[in-house]
Design a protein around this ligand. Structure first.
Ligand code: GRF
Length: 190
C-alpha cells in the first residue's frame, strides 16, 4: 500500500474527502500523515478525529524557508511517503523538497490553469466576468501553479456569485481529487 502525506493550511475539506475515500475503499492508499503550517487550521481537528498523525510545522519556528522544508522532508521520509498531496497548502515548496519527490507531488487549484494562478482564483475569475469556471489537478514544480496538468474539469456558472461557484467547485474537487490520486497510484503499480 502506498503512503500519501497530505499538506493543508486551512479548512481541510479536500483532506476530509481523501480520508473518506480511503475509508470507503475508493482510494487505495494509506494516509500516513498531515503536514500543516497553521496552528488553528481545522484540518488538524479533522486529522485528530480520523486518528491521522499531524506534523505542525510553522514558518516562524524556523530561521529560513529551506530549514522549514528540510524538516518537512524529514517528516515525510519518516512516514515513508510515496506521494505528497497538496490540498489547500498555502506555501510554495522549496526546490529541494520538490526534487526529492519527482512527479510525486500533486496540487489542486480552483481555476482552469494557466488562467488565475495564485491566491483567490475564483475572485480573479469573477473580476473578469468569466462564465466558465473549473479546477485543475497538476504536478507541482518550482513555480506557482505552473506544473504539468493532469486533469481539468470545467463547468458553466449558472450565477456569477462566489458562494454558488465555490460550492460547485468544492463538490467537484471532492469527487475528482481522490479519484485522480487513486488513478496515479494504480498506474504506478502496473
Ligand atoms: C481548494 O479550493 C483547493 O482548490 C485550493 O484550496 C482550497 C482548499 O480548500 N488549493 P479545503 O481547505 O480543502 O477546504
Amino acid at each position: 500500500m502506498k503512503n500519501i502525506v497530505i499538506f493543508a493550511s486551512g479548512f481541510g475539506s479536500n483532506f476530509q474527502a481523501l480520508t473518506d475515500a480511503v475509508k470507503h475503499g475508493k482510494l487505495h492508499a494509506n494516509i500516513a500523515g498531515l503536514i500543516c503550517d497553521k496552528a488553528g487550521a481545522y484540518a488538524i481537528e479533522r486529522a485528530r478525529i480520523n486518528s491521522i498523525p499531524v506534523a505542525l510545522l510553522e514558518r516562524n519556528s524556523f530561521s529560513s524557508k529551506t530549514e522549514m522544508d528540510m524538516a518537512i522532508l524529514h517528516q515525510c521520509q519518516s512516514w515513508n511517503a510515496d506521494w505528497l498531496v497538496l490540498a489547500g497548502y498555502m506555501r510554495l515548496l522549496s526546490p529541494m523538497l520538490i526534487q526529492a519527490y519527482p512527479r510525486h507531488i500533486v496540487n489542486i487549484h480552483p481555476s482552469l490553469l494557466p488562467k488565475y494562478r495564485g491566491l483567490d482564483a475564483v475572485g480573479q475569475a469573477l473580476d473578469q466576468k468569466e462564465s466558465i469556471y473549473g479546477l485543475t489537478i497538476h504536478f507541482v514544480d518550482e513555480g506557482m501553479d505552473t506544473g504539468e496538468i493532469i486533469v481539468q474539469v470545467p463547468f458553466e456558472a449558472e450565477q456569477l456569485d462566489r458562494d454558488h461557484i465555490e460550492k460547485r467547485l468544492h463538490q467537484l474537487e471532492h469527487q475528482m481529487y481522490p479519484a485522480v490520486i487513486n488513478k496515479l497510484i494504480l498506474e504506478e503499480s502496473v
